[in-house]
Design a binder for this molecule. Sequence first.
Ligand code: GSH
Length: 219
Amino acid sequence: MLFFEVPISAFRWVPPFAQGLVRDLRVRWALEEAGLPYKVRLLRDGEKNSPEYRALQPFGQVPVYEEDGLVLFESGAILQHIAEKSEALMPRDAASRARVIAWMYSALNTVEPPVLNVTTIDLFNADQDWAKMRRPAELAKVETRFTALNERLALQDYLEAGRFTAAEILMVTVLRNLRHCDLVAQYPAIDAYMKRCEARPAFQRALAAQMADFANEAA
Ligand SMILES: N[C@@H](CCC(=O)N[C@@H](CS)C(=O)NCC(=O)O)C(=O)O
């Protein structure tokens, strides 16, 4: 059990389209679910590219998680580490645990790439000719994944172990990247799953904390 506040890194401010999506949200949510205290190291402009920060996160990204001499980057790895500490996020049974980890990879490796391709087109390149031509194919890839995920979630409330786990945090934060469009709403089981997970008090606290940091900076 951790009795001290672990530092995590986050951006001091991002534009509104990214607020509520930045990946430190995953870590905040996991720590909230686990009941572990944390404090946030808010990066100043340009600080992500400083040698000091690059020593912690080689790509200059957020989040970084620090705990008693251990420095971790990659939100998936951080979540797995936190989940190993807390049964709230990971079942103890070895087979279930392995399958939760499989779903964590699946969120990051199978679902997130096509989702981000559509998001990148919609949010940054919507006016470009290449984006208009490319979008239907990228959308089709998301639809293929969502059809399968929807079938699974029509049978069960959670991805694995019959309960909320760290896999939900990754899957839901991936799905949130599509909040600018109605794609998730077209898949009733995914939509209900997302709402079920986002209704959790731990998520609400994590989201409010991230948004409060941006609001403080803007004030
Ligand atoms: N795979 C990394 C991705 C981290 C990432 O892309 N973070 C974004 C914020 S959500 C970032 O720091 N972007 C700034 C940059 O890449 O320079 C993870 O999951 O931690």
